[in-house]
Design a protein around this ligand. Sequence first.
Ligand SMILES: Cc1cc2nc3c(=O)[nH]c(=O)nc-3n(C[C@H](O)[C@H](O)[C@H](O)COP(=O)(O)O)c2cc1C
Ligand code: SF4
Length: 638
Amino acid sequence: MPVDERFPRLLSPLAVRGHELRNRIVFTAHTTSFGEGGVPGDRAVAYYEARAAGGAALIVMEPLPVHPTGGVTPQNYRFDGPGFVDGLRRVVDAVHRHGATLVSQLYHLGPNADDTATLRERWAASERAVPDGPGMLHALDEVDIAALLEGHEQAARAAVAGGADGVECMFAYDTLVDGFMAARWNRRTDGYGGSLENRMRLAREILAALRDVVGPRRLLGVTLSAGLGEYVDAAAHLAERCDVDYVAIGNGSYSAPHLIIPPMGTPLGMGVALAAPVKERLPGVAIVAEGRINHPALGERALTEGACDLVGMTRAMIADPDMPAKAARGELETIRPCIGDNLCIARRIRKFPIACLQNPAAGFEAAQPRPAGRGGRRVVVVGGGVAGLEAARRAAELGDSVTLVERDPELGGQVRLLERLPGREEYGLAVDWRRRELTRLGVDVRLRGQAAADDIAALRPDLVVVATGSDPPPVAEGVLTSADVLGRVSPPPGAAVVVDEQGHHEGFGVAELLAAGGRQVTLVAVAGRAGSELDDAFALPLGLERLRTAGVAVIEGYALDEIGPGRVLLRRVYDGRPRTLEAEGVVLAGRRSARGELVPLLRARGVAAVAVGDARAPRQVADAIREGHAAAGASALA
Ligand SMILES: Cc1cc2nc3c(=O)[nH]c(=O)nc-3n(C[C@H](O)[C@H](O)[C@H](O)COP(=O)(O)O)c2cc1C
Ligand code: SF4
């Protein structure tokens, strides 16, 4: 691999226990939910192979729950199930073929396991309330501890049998083993409670047993979370007392999930500062920093500062498997950036295989049509929002001759408005990258273009992708839509009410924008809880914090009866009791209407046409991009 001179450290090799990592980039563990019957299948093979081919040095394979009480999703791998070892070997072979190293993560989610998936009680160091439910946790006794140790050993044996180069333990994020380490959770009076020495005993016993299983040549790593509090001491304790090769430093916990997988609006590279004190204390152990290191320059800086030896760049490589290779070739402009919207984790939380807003092919690597043998079509895309941009980009990538017609003077559609939301500027990267790619791929982009059916038909297209977007909801005079506010139309001076039918970033962000102008603002969530769509994306704690800081009041538990100038009529869901809110400014962040009327007009002229994104049914940015991609590639992304 060439080495771009801007990234001398990021692209330099590192030997860890005789394993030559070709650069410093780690694809850290993540539960992809690609498992089929507990086995890594074709989907997992293609997914990890793509990241290895793209230049990742170390791949931490999706975790293996070490005990039936420890998993989170029905798609978790089952190390003791039929076919597991063969499935893992296929992944390992594919990764090795491209020169990457692979270790398997082992975990037990403890208090944060999903008892609906496991149909078992949840395990913890000490009895206490289940963090997100009415029951109590089960405190491990000596039989359970023996079973836990045995589970780690068996899982590691399966990983070794599958050809893995080692194993990593996740003792992080308020799960089982870090619950033993944490003074606030561990109330035990036996040899596993009390002093740090005792609280670390379980971790030490597990790591000692695992070293025996993996032997002297394979890697043994551990992930800790800065959310533990005493994580620097814990890292030092394990590094000094156990034969570990690397320590990865994550952050947060399941009660602060926005720190585990930090969403847009959090500082870039925020995990680096947390790794630095561990590196300072343990100069001789390989330290992995992770958390929003989403660009090669951030990785290079973390290494230059001496904060770590390796950088986790996980979502960066979900979004662009080729990120390391592109960095090495100096093709930075072509890197498809992760924008931190966290669709990936939202899908995992909903018990579906992960997906990526920016990279609709993530998880479908094996099913993508290839340019070879295709092409030659004349494709016209109408509309330059993200659905149209992605359709045009993908068609051009497949070798088609593509024209994109946009009636406005600039590309980007509604996303150009979304990027004006405070803390959500990264939405704009979804447009910027595609715009650059259209130039690179030679797409004929016609701004201020004519998009009447006759004009489009005159281009004699083989396929027209109609990506004409949507209209804001109709509102009475004197009421504004969120699009109006983002288009810089201000409500009259005074207090404002934002009625949020979306539960997403738009309502929250518009309320924040209005409050920043010095108004008293109330957000009324009329589609369930406030920010209901942000919760699974680990973005709700941050969103609510931003509202609190801006001084926005939030009302929940009401349905919308009527919205008019200066007045909003609500009905309490619980008992139907009416409530009236009065304010000088009334804004609706509401449901939009599809603008797909071009499709039947084109079909009536014998032209093949398909509507995508909002023109089909107004939804989220990810839906628009996925449909644009699928329409151009004639591929199924389900
Ligand atoms: C969909 C998803 C699932 C994850 N699951 C795990 C997991 O099972 N174990 C783990 O240690 N970390 C998990 N993580 C956290 C990542 O390893 C990493 O710490 C986090 O994404 C921050 O790094 P990044 O900003 O480079 O993505 C997950 C992350 C994502 C996006
Ligand atoms: S879904 Fe969003 S946050 Fe997750 S990897 Fe893709 S772009 Fe990044």
